[in-house]
Design a protein around this ligand. Structure first.
Ligand SMILES: C[S@@+](CC[C@H](N)C(=O)[O-])C[C@H]1O[C@@H](n2cnc3c(N)ncnc32)[C@H](O)[C@@H]1O
Length: 285
């Protein structure tokens, strides 16, 4: 199996002339590699407003990106209009510094004012309220206990406007718990051809916890081992829906990809037992 390739069919154009000699500061390198190999905001830019309007009848202009990392989604969100506003939350100061210095700084000055980042635990509500809150790339799997996921759902609910929506991205299936690794070559701007390795460590069926790692090999042969590591509880869709309702959301929906490129999503009440599945659970306030 290969890790759900969220970017299949979603990534933008590749760079025309990749350089072979990295000129990127060492501290920035792993973030650049991660963004090129793993992240794309295309899905969120298209589907967050679309499903928000479908579920609430209202447009979405304010968005909070939880576990925002380098803040790509927040920075792309504010490009939509001068009325769009985004806040990214993350616990890691080094990652947020990169989000601000590199991604936010790359925006035109007016858009720069529309996005901000805060060093904050998502378990606490923000004073500012949003139309949409999203936790992408399975980031909420960092919560292992039901009480913690419930606390997160309650904090998100308190941070949403009336008719706000809460998008939680999930992955699962037998292929997502098999012990294995797979790799692919990614062309990274200013770096060149990089080998990206996704490693799945042995799954514990008692705790439902599994470890995952991302490694990179640079064009000069140097390895960045364990550039990113994750210790994830693998939640089920049904239990997440139940927790959202318990937290006080008035309804929940499930979004499921229609094909293997995982680029088209529809609302479902049943899914196929795919080797690896990706889905969003949405809570509606
Ligand atoms: C998998 S990365 C997510 C990167 C990005 N959101 C993406 O979609 O690829 C997880 C991030 O969550 C942050 N994080 C973990 N626990 C957190 C918490 N309780 N509150 C806020 N951020 C947290 C970590 O610092 C890390 O940057």
């Amino acid at each position: 199996m290969s890790r759900p390739r969220k970017n299949a069919g979603r990534r933008g154009a590749r760079p025309k002339k990749p350089s072979r000699s990295p000129s990127i500061p060492e501290t920035d390198l792993k973030f650049k590699l991660y963004e090129a190999a793993v992240q794309s905001s295309a899905w969120q830019m298209r589907y967050l407003p679309l499903f928000h309007r479908r579920f609430t009848g209202k447009p979405a202009t304010s968005m909070r990106e939880d576990f925002c990392g380098t803040g790509r989604i927040a920075c792309d969100w504010v490009k939509k209009s001068p009325h769009h506003r985004a806040l990214g939350l993350d616990l890691d100061a080094v990652t947020l510094e990169y989000a601000d210095r590199v991604n936010r700084a790359a925006l035109p000055s007016a858009e720069r004012e529309q996005v901000s980042f805060a060093l904050q635990n998502v378990l606490f509500p923000t004073r500012e309220k949003f139309d949409v809150i999203g936790a992408h790339n399975f980031s909420f799997f960092v919560f292992h206990e039901r009480r913690d996921l419930l606390a997160y759902a309650k904090a998100a609910l308190r941070s949403l406007k009336k008719d706000g929506t809460f998008f939680l991205e999930m992955a699962g299936g037998q292929g997502f718990v098999e012990t294995e690794s797979n790799s692919q070559t990614v062309v990274v701007p200013e770096v060149g051809k990089v080998k990206y390795v996704w490693e799945q460590h042995p799954y514990d069926p008692v705790t439902k916890v599994s470890d995952y790692s991302i490694h990179f090999r640079l064009p000069n042969g140097r390895w960045l081992n364990d550039a990113f590591t994750y210790h994830w509880r693998l939640w089920e869709i049904r239990e997440v829906r139940e927790i959202l309702l318990e937290a006080g959301f008035r309804d929940t929906r499930v979004l499921w990809p229609t094909d293997e490129t995982m680029s088209e999503y529809v609302e479902v009440e049943h899914g196929d037992d795919a080797d690896v599945w990706l889905a969003y659970v949405v809570g509606i306030r």
